[in-house]
Design a protein around this ligand. Sequence first.
Ligand code: SF4
Length: 411
Amino acid sequence: MNRPVKHLYIHIPFCARRCAYCDFNTYANLEHRITAYVAALCAEIDMLAADPDAQSSHDTALPPTIFFGGGTPSMLTLEQLEQVLRAASRIIPLEAAEITLEANPGSVLGNGTTAPAYLRGLRDLGVNRLSLGVQSLHDPTLRILGRTHTAEEAHRCFAEARRAGFDNINLDFIFGLPGQTPAQWEATLEEVTTWGVDHFSLYSLILEEQTPLYAQVLRGQISLPDDDATAAMYEAAMQRFAAAEYAQYEVSNWARPQNHEPRTANQGNGNGEDIGLPTPACRHNLAYWLNSDYLAAGAGAHGHVYPRRYANLCGVDSYIDAVQAGRRPLDDVIDLTPQDLYAETMFMGLRLNIGVSRAHFRRRCGVAMEEIFGATLAELTELGLLEQDASAVRLTPRGRMLGNQVFARFV
Ligand code: SF4
């Protein structure tokens, strides 16, 4: 049975300035286009709401979700966000939804004395999950990265968000940063685990070509920790979070354990699977890891409604022009095969510590996991990279260190 797609990603491609490492689809100095962009975004969401193909044949027990990502969504005013949410409510029932907004401490505090009011306004609009791009607590590193905040401001922003009523706050951090030493990283972990944060996402720096940071590394002006040092930082994070009783539930994600749900919402679907994810686990990202269908709106946004994936035009002007001309702002539409569906269900799901449940694979793909991947599973298990039981397949600790090699075997 087909139902409306339950997950919506909304891209806000504006930033106060570009960070030195960033290759996301985002633009500085385009603030004067935000009003027109918001109008186009609402019109695109209306088109999605009316699209008969924006229906999903697959369901999970996840709640509906909306995720404002960027760019810097916190550059939008409360009125602009309200406009977009009103449009989104034609697809997603807001009262039942997890609504996440990515924010930069610099842009929130840049609102000056109105920062508390802005944060309370977000809560009043129904935003119930805030994701702050902190990245580092080492001020010289923040400056090299081109971030617009200091460590003290990041902490103040977190505290203000708590005071405003956010009880589900994620902090993003990056490791493997220019000049970063193990001692600096340890100090960051030590401090941030005392803040009472609900959720952490950690990413290893990926040096992208075409970024100022890449050019600086190439010229030898700055150096990055080598692979061994970066792997050691990841291990240090695993140990430090475990000691602070954070539960790792995905390769890059940890959540507070005190809100543990005995049965989840995740792949459970009433079939008796007892998965046990921490409550602050990001439901929107779980939809990606479960290879669910999701819609996406905004410049450069990517949506996935099997058997199709689509990508929107990246440029702000070309995006606005297409929507104003009454067209979906599509840049590319890719038809997916059942083999794509099988592979993506495996390698996205294996990112989760709970792995891929056999029942979930069958529901999503309509066929038994063993029938498609029996030989691959046996071989990876023999190599000590996967472990299996009657209900699920998951990475071993060794498989986790070699995750990309394991994922490639399913493609
Ligand atoms: S704030 Fe985020 S999206 Fe914007 S430039 Fe920096 S890294 Fe990129």
